[in-house]
Design a binder for this molecule. Sequence first.
Ligand code: SF4
Length: 96
Amino acid sequence: MVLQTLAHLTQTGGCKSGGLFMSNDATQAMVDRIRATADMKEKTTIAGLAHAPVTEDDIEKSCENCIYFLARRSWCDLPELNIPVDPEWYCALWRV
Ligand code: SF4
């Protein structure tokens, strides 16, 4: 249910920065903006949470292969997000 609600909230958010290289400064600015709001939809919009993986340099990036993904819980453990996610989703804070 929570995952479905989050999916609904993020459907219109799109991925504004997905697939683009972001500098450390840009990443930090994004994290700061996420920390500054308590609104979950805004957090996921800032992070560019998308409902599909992104392929960059022949690497498919998705929650499933992100270091923050907890597979047993299908959860994003990044403290600034800390939300249920689908393995096929992606956000601009993806890390390996
Ligand atoms: S930080 Fe990783 S696990 Fe969390 S939403 Fe972004 S891609 Fe998915």
